[in-house]
Structures are given as C-alpha cells and as structure tokens.
Design a protein around this ligand. Structure first.
Ligand code: 13P
Ligand code: SF4
Length: 305
C-alpha cells in the first residue's frame, strides 16, 4: 500500500485537514495542508471549515484545536505525544500557586493542559508572548506559567516583573552554552538562532530569538548563508526547503546525540497517521464545561494577536 496516497484518499473521504508542527518528521510535514508554529496552527484550527482536524503535533496542540472546535472530530496519531512543560504543571499544584498570588493576571503558555488553561486569563505562544504581556495594564501583577525560560525572556523584553512557575522543556534545556560556544568557533560565519524555551546563557549567545515560525522566516529574509539552529531539529526541513542554498547546523544537546529531537513529537509516524485516519481514533475528548472555560483565555489570545 502506498501510505502517502492512502492518507490523501482518507483526507478527501473524511473532509479532513492535516495540521503539522515543524517538529514533525519531514514525511509528515510534506503531506500536511498546513505546517506551522503553535500560534499559526491554532489560528488555522480556529477558522477551518473541514469536518475533521488531524493534528500532527503534541497533545496540548490537538487539545487547543478541540477547545476551539468542540463539535469536530480532532484526531492525534498518538495520544501519548505529551509535552514535558505541560506535564510539569499539574492543575492541582497550579491552582494552589494561583491562590498564593491573589489578584495576579494569569498568563499561560499554550504548552499546558486544558485544566491549566481554564485557570488562566490569557494564553500566549512563543511568537506573541511579548506582545500580549505588553497589553496588560502596568499596575497589574502577573503570573507567567509554565515555562520559566520563556518567562525570563519576556521579562527582559518587556521590563515587566512577573511571578514565574518553575517549569522547563526537557528538550530545550539540553542545549548547553559550552557546546554552543564550540560550534560557534567551528562556524564563525554562522548566525545563532534560538527558541526562547532555551536557558538564559544559551539565549545570550543568540543573534536572533523567536518561535519556530519566526526562526524560519528569519532564515529566509536574512542575507546570511549559515545558521546554527538552537531548537528541535525538525524545523531544519522547512528551512532547507525554503532556502536550498543555505547551510543549517543543528545545535547538539549536551549528551551523545548529534541533534536534539522532542521524543513526544517523534511518537507520531506516517503509519500512525494513516491508522488514526482509517480508524477515526484516537480522538481528543474533553468535558464540554472544561472546554468552555479553557476557550475564553484562548479566544482572548487570538483577539490580542
Ligand atoms: P512554537 O510555537 O515556537 O512552534 O513552539 C512550540 C514548542 O513546543 C516549542 O518547543
Ligand atoms: Fe514540549 Fe519541549 Fe517537546 Fe516543545 S520540544 S513539545 S516544549 S517537550
């Protein structure tokens, strides 16, 4: 069976749209209708007319699509595709944290569960966090969760003092300042571009910081020819497609691996994508009341973006 052809046939039969994050394997990206960062995929999910959303990404991304489309079937090739940031912010502990900081405006990164989103005032992604925090009245104290590194980056950009939930991404925290300095010495012509989930000493070495889409756009518009890419290696596929003549060097993690991959994102495969469309499962399910509560802060994000 030609898996790609079969997936395209099923897509037509189901009247489905396939949304894929940049960290998916390249075969999945090549089949998708839309490849994007968390914000672009959420914006697309909010306006799609398809009957079925097939989400090739991690759980919180598909959950976001479900919150925005409670009546639609939202499929995720592997329901175990979680996210360490989301996992490190359990709703019961987050509730206590919010209670310990009464009167705070709660800004939550989209890499979080529906329960945590439902306790928030506004959701942000890495591409709009600075812009959204700037809109919050200056006299309002802010909680920022769950990524402390993105939070510190936003504090630096906006000058706003924020209470940070101490979460981090297990993939981005693996980049090390030492290995990055070595790589810069080996490639003195290369610009360093990094995702704001990286730790501050790594971000201090970057020439440009942004969401996956912002990093991709930067490599297209920059006249430079070489880039050291400090985020999950899946993004290199689109960078190479958009700028075939340029050189992209994946920054290695601080272990024996050559490049840094998100183990959750990589749970999705072409085979599982085909199976979920053929069987119409696994599907994202959410209690309607929870979806309703989580929708308000998400809708505010889309409006403020
Ligand atoms: P982006 O929104 O920048 O694509 O980030 C998603 C993510 O999970 C980064 O680790
Ligand atoms: Fe979550 Fe990190 Fe994977 Fe992004 S790279 S999905 S933040 S674990």
């Amino acid at each position: 069976m030609d898996l790609e052809q079969e997936i395209l046939r099923l897509k037509k039969d189901l009247n489905a749209v396939i949304l894929a994050h940049y960290y998916q394997e390249s075969e999945i990206q090549d089949l998708a209708d839309v490849v994007g960062d968390s914000l672009a995929l959420a914006q697309h999910a909010a306006k799609t007319t398809a009957d079925v959303i097939v989400f090739c990404g991690v759980h919180f991304m598909a959950e976001t699509a479900k919150i925005l489309n409670p009546g639609k079937l939202v499929l995720l090739p592997d329901l175990d595709a979680g996210c360490s940031l989301s996992d490190r912010c359990p709703p019961d502990k987050f509730k206590l944290f919010c209670q310990q900081h009464p009167g705070h405006f709660v800004v939550t990164y989209v890499n979080s569960s529906a329960e945590v989103k439902a306790m928030s005032d506004v959701i942000v992604t890495s591409s709009n966090a600075v812009k959204i925090v700037q809109r919050i009245p200056a006299d309002k104290p802010i909680i920022f969760a769950p990524d402390q590194h993105l939070g510190r980056y936003v504090i630096k950009q906006t000058g706003r003092d924020m209470v940070l939930w101490p979460g981090s991404c297990q993939v981005h925290e693996l980049f090390s300042e030492k290995k990055l300095v070595q790589l810069k010495v080996q490639h003195p012509e290369a610009l360093v571009i990094a995702h704001p989930e990286c730790e501050a000493p790594v971000l201090a070495l970057a020439d440009f910081i942004g969401s996956t889409k912002q990093l991709l756009d930067y490599t297209v518009s920059s006249p430079k020819q070489q880039f050291i890419v400090v985020t999950e290696a899946g993004i290199l596929h689109q960078m190479q497609l958009r700028s075939p003549g340029k050189v992209f060097i994946p920054a290695p993690p601080d272990n024996e691996c050559a490049c840094n991959e998100c183990p959750y994102m990589r749970l999705n495969t072409l085979e599982k994508l085909h199976a979920c469309m053929a069987k119409r499962t696994p599907a994202l399910e959410l209690p309607p009341a929870l979806a309703e509560r989580a929708k308000a802060p998400l809708a505010r994000m889309l409006e403020w973006s």
